[in-house]
Ligand binder design. Structure first.
Ligand code: ATP
Ligand code: MG
Length: 402
């Protein structure tokens, strides 16, 4: 059975732990996804062995989250997270506890997990241990906390965001009491670290059900609790399809004409760079009226970004952002335009500043940069061939140099 493969691959790890006298189970998202016939990300393993005991059982371990009970074991070139059974300790000032309480009983471990669908364990013989009716909730497509939702959200408000994230990814309904408790505890989200929030938001945005979930986020006034977004009127942004968090930020900034700094989101440089580029691309869209303009667009912004903008047509149009007509701007025409580009970058231009200075008999100056850009565009848009002689002639008859 193909869907059992990730578990079969990890089985020797669990058996090794069991042969040394400890319990070990699969748990969390992988078991949930296995039951739902969804593709499995990574298999999480939970065990009665302490982190020290796990480290002594395996030759290649990484103590990534050792203080929270998690050891990574590298097994046949794959990385497995092995977490020791633990209970929920008290949260003080909305902060996660610095020390954890290890226990030797599976029940106590699944009892501290967030939702019933995530609290199902499975042993090496694929026998299920489902103390909180998680399978029934999967069948009924319901997101429900393990235990009283008020208590669980006041222990850790990130669970609110996680519940919404699962609704976005799985298309489940949030059970009424759970949803009401989310509303009551929503303000506690402001105390969470932005890094934890961003991890969940990224997964939430790419879920197939994101447009429904964004209505919940607005109704719960969740954006008020998160830096950067709290200064924006996100209710005015309409999202009709899954997208990345970076795309969501770019589209929101563009629509709301915000110039707020992204710093408080602590995104990577690559993400921040992508967002700026995406906004520039949105600004350029209304200048694309023909295939020459399209060539310039794919040259300046690259194939991937152009395809991504085009794939978001539905959402962009839902926000009254005008895209070039389908006949000019769609995935195939974008790919064709890119493949037909005579040059991919400035370096491929068969002329340089020195050539220009010599042939025009002019000293170096700001004009050079301007003329090189004009040449670059002329070549990209096929007004002139990428040959030195022709480009010099073209400059002489087409460019006014001040
Ligand atoms: P994914 O498929 O995205 O990995 P997941 O359910 O495995 O989803 P993880 O963030 O990998 O989510 O967490 C693994 C498991 O740990 C969860 O299924 C849940 O049982 C438990 N868990 C994670 N975060 C929390 C939390 N904040 N409170 C309680 N339990 C949690
Ligand atoms: Mg997981």
């Amino acid at each position: 059975m193909e869907k059992a493969l990730p578990f079969l691959r990890a089985r020797p790890i669990l058996e090794h732990i069991q042969n040394n006298g400890y319990d070990a189970f699969f748990v969390g998202g992988s078991v949930r996804d296995y039951i739902m016939n969804r593709p499995i990300n990574d298999v999480d393993i939970t065990t009665s062995a302490t982190p020290d005991e796990i480290e002594s059982l395996f030759s290649h371990t990484i103590p990534v989250g050792k203080e929270h009970g998690t050891i990574n074991v590298v097994w046949e070139h794959e990385n497995y997270e092995i977490t020791t059974f633990r209970t929920e300790s008290e949260y003080i000032n909305h902060r996660r506890p610095s020390s954890v309480q290890y226990v030797r009983d599976l029940y106590l471990d699944v009892e501290r997990r967030d939702f019933t669908i995530n609290a199902i364990a499975m042993d090496t013989n694929f026998k299920i241990y489902d103390y909180f009716n998680g399978q029934l909730d999967i069948e009924r497509k319901v997101i429900r906390t393990v235990g009283a939702p008020e208590a669980r959200f006041s222990e850790d408000a990130l669970r609110i965001l996680r519940g919404l994230r699962f609704k976005s990814q799985l298309g489940f309904k949030i059970e009424d009491q759970t949803y009401n408790a989310m509303r009551n505890a929503i303000e506690d989200i402001q105390y969470l670290s932005i890094e934890r929030i961003i991890i969940e938001l990224k997964k939430l945005m790419t879920g197939f059900n994101v447009s429904q979930v964004l209505k919940d986020l607005n109704a719960l006034q969740l954006w008020h609790q998160i830096p950067f977004f709290n200064a924006l009127d996100i209710n005015r942004v309409h999202i009709t399809q899954p997208l990345t968090l970076e795309q969501f930020v770019a589209i929101s900034q563009y629509i709301l004409q915000s110039t707020s700094s992204l710093k408080s989101l602590k995104l990577s440089n690559a993400s921040t760079h992508y967002i700026s580029k995406f906004i520039l691309a949105l600004n350029y869209l209304n200048q694309i009226n023909n295939h020459k303009h399209l060539s310039q667009f794919v040259y300046d912004f690259g194939l991937d970004l152009a395809l991504e903008v085009s794939a978001l047509r539905n959402t962009l149009e839902a926000n009254a952002i005008q895209l070039p007509s389908q006949s000019i701007f769609h995935a195939d025409s974008i790919r064709n335009a890119f493949n037909a580009l005579p040059i991919q970058n400035r370096k491929m231009l068969n002329i340089n500043g020195k050539d220009l200075m010599e042939s025009l008999n002019k000293k170096s100056g700001p004009w050079l940069k301007t003329v090189l850009r004009e040449l670059e565009c002329a070549v990209v848009q096929n007004y002139v061939d990428n040959s030195k002689q022709e480009m010099i002639e073209w400059v002489k008859s087409n460019v006014k140099i001040s």
